[in-house]
Design a protein around this ligand. Structure first.
Ligand SMILES: [Zn+2]
Length: 362
């Protein structure tokens, strides 16, 4: 079992250090080859993936979804950071870090739970820096529910596609700014992959549900769910950091937002906006991902998402007090393979391409 990686800023020196240990020097190749990015550029070693037991137990999946660890969030962010169309979001440092979580010491009441070192909170943007003019703004977030690794695989697939060389990706970068927040609950994710002892929870209802203990700061305050506190300010470090960053980065408004979750059966997407359910992007999604259910009528699967419970990221994002997102979406992919999850992320981006090119053709 590996030691937890200490939080550290992303530097080229670190990348080179990784390269020296056998990691392919893809970033240099990509930059040298006339800004073309081979698909293999986005490969990184994730063989140290472990501890997917929680999600497996929780969802009763036949095939466990591979975990997505804090180290993987860092590695993937470091990789894409080397591309010329990836930059810190306006509120992030050069290392693409918005801030750090406080970290948590060992708790004598739960001695089997891990100490949590301060975790970096990442934020970056993807867009063609040489293309001026107004651009569509799409916000991408994952990790609010700490064991829902599927969301991070979908986000990675989306990012790899829009940061890649295919013509649709080039078009998207010319017309869209993607604001990426790959892990909006880093301490929860750290706990999830470093074996929080869920049975030790003093809340007898917590069971194996990481929603109930998925963030030590929330749990200490008597809150149970990181996706129920998004309208708060001054209470929770990651919420404050991420919401402030989203507001500053986007200028207080975005067109689209994806909050990545899952796994869920059936795979589904939904929106608290009636218009977002039926707009051109919704139609394109149904074309690109015909096996993924649109929630609400006619079957009324998860039809209650618009009215509550309050405090979800998607509802905060839609609100006047929040990010004023025109079309906020929540994604719950199935308990799929890594490859299928990556493909689905690509399809979420291609649906936007479909919408924007249809507008151009008119
Ligand atoms: Zn969730």
């Amino acid at each position: 079992m590996s030691q937890p990686m200490q939080a550290r800023p992303i530097t080229r020196a670190f990348i080179c250090g990784v390269l020296a240990s056998g990691f392919v020097c893809a970033s240099m190749l990509a930059l040298a080859a006339d800004e073309a990015v081979d698909e293999s550029y986005f490969d990184y070693p994730y063989e140290e993936v472990y501890d997917y037991y929680i999600i497996e137990a929780w969802r009763g999946l036949d095939e466990p979804v591979p975990a997505y660890t804090p180290e993987m969030v860092a590695r993937h962010t470091e990789l894409v950071a080397e591309l010329p169309w990836v930059s810190p979001s306006p509120s992030a440092t050069e290392g693409l870090v918005l801030g750090y979580t406080p970290g948590w010491p060992q708790d004598a009441d739960w001695p089997n739970d891990p100490e949590i070192p301060a975790q970096p909170i990442y934020g970056y943007q993807i867009t063609d820096p040489d293309t001026d003019g107004p651009k569509v703004k799409m916000v991408l977030a994952s990790g609010s529910h700490a064991t829902e690794f599927t969301g991070n695989w979908v986000l990675e697939g989306l990012v790899n596609f829009v940061a890649g060389s295919e013509p649709e990706a080039v078009f998207l970068r010319e017309n869209v700014i993607f604001y990426v927040y790959p892990d909006v609950n880093p301490e929860g994710r750290y706990q999830a992959v470093h074996r929080i002892d869920l049975e030790a929870a003093p809340d007898p209802n917590a069971g194996t549900n990481m929603r109930k203990r998925g963030n030590p700061e929330l749990y200490a305050a008597g809150e149970q769910d990181h996706n129920r506190v998004w309208p708060t300010t001054g209470q929770f470090t990651t919420i404050d950091t991420i919401t402030a960053a989203m507001e500053q980065d986007t200028g207080g408004h975005a067109d689209y937002l994806w909050d990545m979750h899952g796994p869920q059966e059936p795979a589904n997407w939904r929106s608290p906006s009636d218009e977002a359910r039926v707009n051109a992007y919704a139609e394109a999604l149904l074309e690109r991902e015909p096996d993924v259910l649109r929630c609400g009528p006619p079957g009324d699967f998860k039809v209650n998402v618009a009215s509550g419970p309050p405090g979800k990221l998607s509802l905060w994002a839609k609100s006047e007090e929040g990010l004023q997102v025109s079309y906020p979406y929540v994604y719950e992919p199935g308990g799929w393979t890594r490859e299928r999850l990556l493909e689905s992320g690509r399809n979420l981006a291609l649906a936007l391409y479909d919408v924007l090119t249809a507008e151009t053709d008119e």
